[in-house]
Design a protein around this ligand. Structure first.
Ligand code: ADP
Length: 161
């Protein structure tokens, strides 16, 4: 099976310019990237699923090569359903490595056809995470160039800034 399509799974709580950088890099390799938002009932999110999907749909509305979707349960089951075998993930630093390595090997164990491709972001985003963005906004920090405008607006609404 050729790899024209890839799935980029994640929480996207919220989308940052680091995610966008990885998607743009992925589009140099793949015909189409499916940004797949994980629905994990156990996890507490700042943005509910609809808000996360709204942000993604709005941000990528003009690019037909980017699809936005969501999934529940195992990533390999979702990949199987969509008949896609390639996963894209971003690697920022050593801290990401262990978790990503474990996950890639576990996914391969669950479904031997699945390959995970790691892409490295621009250095400007190599320290950026959704968690850090939320913390900075909560404390009233200004971090506009690190997130799309809609996310900036929504974060300000959430924290009443
Ligand atoms: P998850 O909860 O699955 O880690 P995230 O939305 O935090 O979901 O991240 C999705 C993917 O994007 C992960 O592979 C993560 O390493 C990557 N990622 C997140 N932020 C960045 C960034 N600033 N630069 C590169 N990759 C990133």
């Amino acid at each position: 099976m050729t790899n024209k399509n890839a799935v980029y799974p994640g929480s996207y709580d919220p989308l940052t310019n680091g995610h966008i950088d990885i998607i743009e890099r992925g589009l140099r390799i793949f015909e189409k990237i499916t940004v797949a938002v994980l629905k994990n009932p156990q996890k507490k999110y700042l943005f509910d699923l609809d808000e996360r999907l709204e942000i993604l749909n709005h941000t990528f509305k003009d690019n037909p090569r980017i699809e936005v979707d969501c999934f529940e349960g195992l990533l390999v089951d979702y990949l199987n359903k969509r008949e896609i075998t390639t996963v894209v993930r971003g690697l920022r630093a050593i801290s990401d490595f262990e978790v990503e390595f474990q996950m890639a090997l576990m996914n391969r164990r669950l479904s031997p056809d699945v390959e995970t491709i790691f892409l490295v972001p621009s250095v400007n985003y190599s320290f950026l995470s959704s968690r850090l963005v939320k913390e900075i906004y909560q404390l009233g920090g200004e971090i506009r160039p690190m997130v799309p405008e809609l996310v900036d607006r929504k974060l300000k609404e959430k924290y009443r800034l």
